[in-house]
Design a protein around this ligand. Structure first.
Ligand SMILES: Nc1ncnc2c1ncn2[C@@H]1O[C@H](COP(=O)(O)OP(=O)(O)OP(=O)(O)O)[C@@H](O)[C@H]1O
Ligand SMILES: [Mg+2]
Length: 236
């Protein structure tokens, strides 16, 4: 098992957001996290990334308890988190943004190798490597944010709404890249508003409602589920 959340409860200040979340990701899987606005999807990713701490419950990554471990240590253990809203460093170049993603990689050769790997995956980033991130289109910034989170060579990549604000043609490109990243051995936890899209690529998915897991199953099972169809797939 790569990642295991056992009855995670957490929130912000005194406000509880997640309640008894149980989920797991096996090596090699793409797992989707679906749910309405405010359901707690981003909060779940933040908790796994160590940005916020669990109030109750345990998180295990590759069998080791990660509760209370700092985000940068989790990055070095293989957890990469690409947050909502592509927060690239606007004033830095594409190349500088990517190098920041590798700041924990000591080995210069390894980080050069990763850079070439990311450029192979997203050739547009290579073409624009000396441009400022601010000069990229929205979809290109999304590629940069994903590319940056891949620079640390993660075992688990968490993507928060990679399709948000991206034109349909680029969404397809980004999703085919997500599948390529997965095929290269990185497991993926994907938060996505577009349930159709997510269930197409996900091996399994969880549906969150008001901070609780209300459904789980394979992509195929959930696409066939009446509640999912009515509430998330827009099929009456
Ligand atoms: N930094 C914060 N401080 C206080 N409350 C927060 C904070 N971030 C999120 N919340 C609250 O936690 C709840 C869950 O938010 P979260 O961002 O996890 O939802 P989400 O499922 O990612 O929604 P969306 O689809 O809109 O991104 C919401 O009620 C939100 O108002
Ligand atoms: Mg969110």
């Amino acid at each position: 098992m790569l990642l295991e959340l056992d009855n995670i409860t957490t929130g912000y200040g005194k406000a509880q957001v997640l309640k008894d979340i149980c989920l797991h990701i096996c090596e090699g899987e793409i797992v989707a996290l679906l749910g309405a606005n405010g359901a707690g999807k981003s909060t779940t990713l933040r908790c796994i990334a160590g940005v916020i701490q669990p109030w109750e419950g345990n998180i295990k990554f590759r069998g080791v308890d990660t509760g209370g471990v700092a985000p940068y240590i989790l990055v070095s253990k293989g957890i990469s988190y690409c947050p909502e809203g592509r927060d690239v460093f606007a004033n830095l170049t594409v190349l500088e943004n990517l190098k920041i993603g590798a700041y924990l990689v000591d080995d210069e050769k390894q980080s050069e190798f990763r850079l070439e790997w990311v450029y192979d995956l997203f050739p547009r980033l290579k073409e624009r490597q000396r441009q400022s991130a601010a000069s990229l289109s929205g979809g290109e910034q999304q590629m940069l944010a994903i590319g940056r989170s891949l620079m640390a060579n993660p075992k688990l990549l968490m993507l928060d709404e990679p399709s948000l604000g991206v034109a349909p043609i680029l969404i397809e490109a980004i999703y085919s890249k997500i599948q390529e990243i997965n095929a290269s051995g990185t497991s993926i936890l994907l938060v996505e508003q577009n349930a159709n899209l997510a269930l197409e690529v996900a091996d399994r998915a969880y549906v969150l409602e008001k901070g609780e897991v209300c459904l789980e199953g394979t992509g195929f099972e959930l696409r066939d589920n009446e509640h999912v169809k009515a509430s998330y797939l827009g099929i009456a």
